[in-house]
Design a protein around this ligand. Structure first.
Ligand code: NAD
Length: 428
């Protein structure tokens, strides 16, 4: 069986390799010729996907990458893993999905299965996507071609989290669509969870991410409340999590990052308005989580103040640009907000992240483009008036940091086990 996967990013590439490993022939499609070129040469542009994994599938003839969307006519199923960001007014931007639908529609053959994996609001698959597919192909969904939604559950850099072993929710436009989609995923995924519609599958993905966003906001708020009482939230969480039922640990931090948690909940907020409903939990969680970088910068101010320095004129290092440990993904990272706020207050800001050696151009933070990660050595680190630990990569030696740095603001409890002189480490 030959399938196409459109969008070879953090979701599409590992999924392609998993299907190829399971014996299917996979055509990976992307609009980015650089990615296609790298994959065709057996290299990888994602840190936790080794080039050998790509090379092995290429050699076996089970994976090819291309920018030619007309090749969709060669396949029995097409899976879409393209971005679903928010626009500058924080409204859903599903143009990548509809554009991909328009691109593939003219090449769809009768009987093909189309599955959307991109996170989105309920109704996208059987609404906007169905419309462009039918209009561009002249075929009818549920009669001439199959249509389904199956949300991705990717946990980048978690070695326990393998695509094949994460249960996959699938909803179909018709019972026959569902059957086809379940059959497809069963080739590569151990547990497939069918649900009654595309809308339920779309809603399930949003629930998962809203659940995280709201619970992270809760511990972020409690961090401030307990902090004011002189109680360490990290110790509280360690104690609470010994409860064997009814509790799940979430951890505070400098704010939300990544392509999912800060964005996806607002897809629902936008859609809910159409039904005259408001999403108060999502809004409140968003408010608390987005205020965290400001809290961190306030703590930097307190820390510097304690040694008679001001943010204005100080040199501050942000340690960790990636939004979570051990990944090279810095999309939506709160580190950018912290850097922004510090430089607005007159600090001279630099960063260190072994996984992000140079900042690529982005629409949101154009002026950081081209900045390089500073060296990791005593001389360089000791020159900064303060270091903000924003992401605790495993490869960072926090004992060295405690030894070299003048003052540390720790948003991740990364220095919990490190002993140093009093007043040097500030939790934030
Ligand atoms: N990254 C995660 O951990 C994660 C987890 C679960 C769900 N998701 C969801 O999966 C979707 C994809 O996310 P991602 O992290 O893989 O994004 P990504 O930016 O890493 O990858 C998207 C890929 O799509 C390509 N692309 C963009 N427009 C295209 C088009 N019109 N046609 C073909 N290719 C196109 C890009 O070049 C890129 O390679 C999003 O909806 C996201 O919310 C992501």
């Amino acid at each position: 069986m030959k399938i196409a996967i459109v969008g070879l990013g953090y979701v599409g590439l590992p999924l392609s390799l998993q299907f190829a490993r399971s014996g299917l022939t996979v055509l990976g499609l992307d609009i980015d010729p650089v990615k296609v070129d790298m994959l065709s040469k057996g290299t990888s542009y994602i840190k936790h996907i080794p080039p050998e994994a790509v090379e092995e599938m290429l050699q076996g003839g089970r994976f090819t990458a291309s920018t030619d969307f007309s090749r969709v006519r060669e396949v029995e199923a097409v899976i879409l893993c393209v971005p679903t960001p928010l626009n500058k007014n924080r409204e859903p931007d599903i143009s990548y999905v509809t554009r991909t639908g328009e691109e593939i529609a003219p090449h769809l053959r009768k009987g093909t299965l189309v599955v959307l994996e991109s996170t989105t609001y309920p109704g996208t698959t059987e609404g906007e996507l169905l419309e462009v597919l039918e209009a561009g192909s002249g075929l009818k969904a549920g009669e001439d071609f199959h249509l389904a939604f199956s949300p991705e559950r990717e946990d980048p850099a978690n070695p326990e989290s393998k695509v094949a072993s994460i249960p996959k929710v699938v909803g179909g436009y018709t019972p026959a669509c569902l059957e086809r989609a379940v059959k497809l995923y069963s080739f590569a995924i151990k547990t497939v969870v069918p649900v009654s519609s595309c809308r339920v599958a779309e809603a399930a993905k949003l629930l998962e991410n809203i659940f995280r966003g709201v619970n992270i906001a809760l511990v972020n708020e409690l961090k401030l409340v307990y902090g004011a009482m002189g109680i360490d939230i990290w110790e509280v969480i360690e104690a609470a999590k010994t409860k064997p039922f009814g509790f799940m640990a979430f951890y505070p931090g400098p704010g939300l990052g990544g392509h999912c948690i800060p964005i996806d909940p607002f897809y629902l907020t936008w859609k809910a308005r159409e039904f005259q409903r408001s999403t108060r939990f999502i809004e409140l969680a968003g408010e608390i989580n987005t205020s965290m970088p400001l809290h961190v910068v306030d703590r930097v101010g307190d820390a510097l103040n304690s040694v008679r320095k001001s943010i204005n004129g100080s040199r501050v290092l942000v340690l960790g640009l990636a939004y979570k440990p051990n990944v090279d993904d810095e999309r939506e990272s709160p580190s950018y907000h912290i850097m922004e706020l510090l430089s607005q207050r007159g600090a001279e800001v630099a960063y260190h992240d072994p996984y992000v050696p140079v900042i690529r151009p982005t629409r949101e933070h154009p002026h950081w483009a081209g900045a390089h990660s500073v060296a990791w050595d005593r001389e360089t680190i000791a020159e900064f008036d303060a270091v903000v630990v924003a992401t605790a990569h495993d490869c960072i030696n926090f004992h060295e940091l405690a030894d070299w740095a003048q003052c540390i603001v720790d948003t991740r409890n990364a220095l919990a086990a490190v002993h140093t002189e009093p007043g040097k480490i500030w939790k934030a």
